[in-house]
Write a protein that binds this ligand. Structure first.
Ligand code: DGJ
Length: 695
């Protein structure tokens, strides 16, 4: 198809459509409408052809991918510089292709001055309401170019009454804190310059109109495992434009003559049903990203909090024996199993089991764990190295460094320059070698420091260190999954520092936080589930009062909380009483009965961690079973003494005419939606798992 003025294309999702057009002038691509099927049939809610005094038309237009020539004042997605320092790229539309199913679109542009070509790609994965977008830049000119800003795209959202932005902030041990900001005018921005998505912000944003928070919601999430930025700007005409893309922490990217650069995928999501509906759109997308690896995850035991670095065969086996009795399926040995690793000051890089800790051999140890009927999992952090290690002694030049400057240790460790082929080879062969050498079913891949040094020995530059690190990380994950399809991989970065859509496509589960304190964890998981599906949510039952949260909650609370995703235990179960072990075994058995619904069910987030109502509802795909996990968020003292009525949890998405039963309690779907499922809390009953069956 050749370029034609005024042409428009509609991408169709399961329930949504996304329509774009190239205006008659042919300089850019514009959004027409994004919403439910049929939304494009009417005047565009984002188009603008009025006056733009002291601005340009492009500054007010709903441009999909804007250069600095298009939007000189209100924020461009792409800024290019020539070798002699000239900026401004002005595109001309040249071509476009859409498939018959209206799920894939590519729109081409070229800049006659620099020779830069850009293809703006769209893909709506089958059965979803997300649109994946990415841009490919090709230097078809005669001189190298510099990419100064490398946005992946802009999303335009009509917010006539004001923009209500939802985002997730945090820090180590306090990730995924869901927060809301009203944006009347101006800009809101989040990002990471850490070479990893980080704990401070999640590359995810939701936009609603302030007048209708339960109504239409638009979401954006970036699939990039390095440094990133997302901003939202609301103009005076009520249009909110969200820009998302890489943050070029190492300086501009070089685009040599003939070179092509693919920018990360940014994904948009739409739901007519507020944040709750939007979460389901993200869940559906991530379940499809998981493909045939979307299976109910095994119940695991992780020994980190029980033994920390004091790993050795005998105590691990003692834990494994009890874990097996409780019904655990995978036993994971965390940090501390390899030579030199007695604390966090040494050992990283030397990935050989410590013979002093496993005197009969690591093979024998694993065989003994497996003989208990357990699968075996192992922790690694292969991108990092302690200065006190053989690896560092042999390859001090493998870490990121700025020549002549001191290195910055974080947690006593340095970061390997994964972008270098020999380092990538080392990292891949280390992990691959462990998986081949030992009988391993589960890998926890950790990452405990950000990148600080923007350089490599010799100072050759400019270098896209971030891009090279991320590309090789992704390649290694992909190779490992291809070559070891039965090994599940848990992605961890000191908790939830590495969760983005690119990792959701490559890892099987995320460790969202080191904080397993019940009420803190509730808030973390509540935020997490707004952006991520339950199969990605690894959660452990740990000991009370735990590391972070001394507020008392029962063992039941901890179990029901960990059952909201992938159930694990991280407590020192050697110290558990027979009664606690019996209770744990019971919860684990119950989890096994419901985990397929948790994995594949439609999720509704009811209330919240700071409300009297707090629950997650999972409705099985065939709607025969509805699993409700509920928690008491308030004080425990005095509860139930005063006249009090039960908390009611209004369930969603049920057939009002259907009847649902929980033992001898029966409810209509209408009652459950309008009045809600009753739960009554007391000092000893602060959480519940309720399974409703449709009659
Ligand atoms: C940080 C992780 O988040 C923890 O779960 C644990 O694996 C430690 N690292 C081990 O050093």
């Amino acid at each position: 198809m050749t370029a034609e003025a005024g042409q428009r294309w509609t991408l169709r999702g399961a329930h949504t459509e996304y329509t774009v057009t190239v205006p008659a002038h042919g300089r850019w691509l514009e959004l027409v409408a994004w919403g439910p099927h049929g939304v494009s049939d009417g005047p565009s809610p984002v188009a603008y052809d009025g006056p733009v005094p002291f601005l340009t038309a492009g500054d007010a237009a709903p441009i999909e991918y804007a250069t600095d020539a298009d939007r000189p004042f209100t924020g461009a997605d792409l800024v290019i510089e020539t070798v002699d320092g000239k900026r401004r790229v002005g595109f001309v539309h040249t071509d476009a292709r859409i498939d018959a199913g209206q799920r894939e679109l590519a729109v081409d542009f070229a800049d006659p001055v620099t020779g830069l070509r850009a293809t703006v790609h769209y893909l709506v994965p089958d059965g979803t309401d997300v649109v994946q977008r990415w841009v490919e830049l090709t230097n078809d000119g005669t001189a190298p170019l510099r990419v100064v800003r490398a946005g992946s795209g802009g999303f335009c959202v009509p917010t006539p009454h004001g923009a209500l932005l939802s985002h997730q902030w945090g820090q180590w041990s306090q990730e995924f804190q869901l927060s809301h900001v009203e944006l009347g005018h101006g800009t809101f921005g989040i990002g990471s310059s850490q070479g990893v998505p980080g704990h401070l912000h999640v590359p995810w944003l939701a936009v609603r109109d302030t007048a209708d928070p339960a109504g239409p919601a638009w979401g954006m999430a970036l699939a990039w495992t390095g440094s990133w930025e997302i901003s939202a700007e609301r103009d005076t005409g009520g249009l909110t434009r969200v820009r998302a893309g890489r943050q070029l922490v190492d300086g501009p990217l070089e685009l040599a003559v003939g070179e092509r650069l693919s920018l990360p995928v940014v994904t948009g999501a739409y739901s007519p049903d507020g944040l709750d509906g939007l979460a389901q759109v993200w869940h559906t997308h991530q379940r499809l990203l998981a493909g045939d690896r979307l299976t109910p995850r095994p119940v695991l035991y992780n020994s980190w909090e029980a033994t920390y670095f004091a790993v050795e065969a005998e105590s691990q086996l003692a834990l494994a024996r009890i874990a097996a009795e409780l019904g655990v399926e995978t036993f994971v040995v965390d940090d501390g199993w390899f030579v030199g690793r007695n604390d966090d000051t040494a050992g990283l890089g030397d990935w050989t089991p410590d013979p002093a800790k496993f005197p009969a051999g690591f093979d024998t140890f694993i065989a003994e764990v497996r003989a208990l009927g357990l699968n075996f999992g192992l922790w690694v952090e292969p991108e990092c190295v302690n200065p006190k290690s053989t690896l560092y002694a042999e390859h001090p030049d493998w870490v990121y460094v700025v020549d002549g400057r001191p290195l910055t240790p974080v947690r006593n460790q340095y970061l390997l320059d994964l972008g270098r082929p020999e380092v990538a080879e080392f990292v891949h062969s280390t992990v691959d070698g462990l998986l081949r050498r030992y009988d391993i079913d589960y890998l926890k891949w950790d990452f405990n420091r950000p990148r600080t040094e923007p350089g490599r020995p010799g100072g050759v530059g400019p270098l896209d260190l971030d891009g090279a690190h991320v590309a090789n990380l992704h390649r290694i994950y992909e190779r490992l999954r291809r070559d070891h399809p039965d090994v599940l991989i848990e992605a961890c970065a000191g908790g939830g520092g590495r969760t983005d859509l690119a990792m959701a496509a490559r890892a099987d589960v995320f460790w969202p936080s080191d904080n397993t304190g019940p009420l803190d964890r509730l808030a973390i998981q509540y935020g997490f589930l707004h952006a991520n599906a339950p199969h990605l949510l690894s959660s452990w039952v740990t000991d009370a009062p735990g590391l972070f949260d001394p507020r008392p909650r029962t063992l039941a609370f901890r179990f029901v909380l960990a059952m909201a995703g992938v159930l694990g235990i991280g407590a020192d179960i050697r110290a558990w009483t027979p009664a606690e072990r019996a209770e744990a075994a019971d919860w684990i058995a119950r989890y096994k009965e419901i985990r397929d619904v948790v994995t594949r069910g439609e999720v509704h987030l009811i209330g919240g961690p700071d409300q009297a109502r707090c629950a997650v509802q999972y409705t099985a795909p065939d709607e025969r079973r509805v699993v409700v996990l509920a928690w008491h968020t308030g004080r425990l003292d005095g509860a139930g003494l005063l006249p009090s009525r039960p908390v009611r949890l209004p369930l969603r998405g049920l057939d009002p005419a259907a009847r649902y039963s929980d033992g001898d309690r029966h409810y209509s779907g209408s009652h459950l939606a309008a009045v809600g499922l009753p739960v009554r809390w007391s000092a000893t009953h602060d959480a519940d798992l309720i399974v409703l069956t449709r009659d």
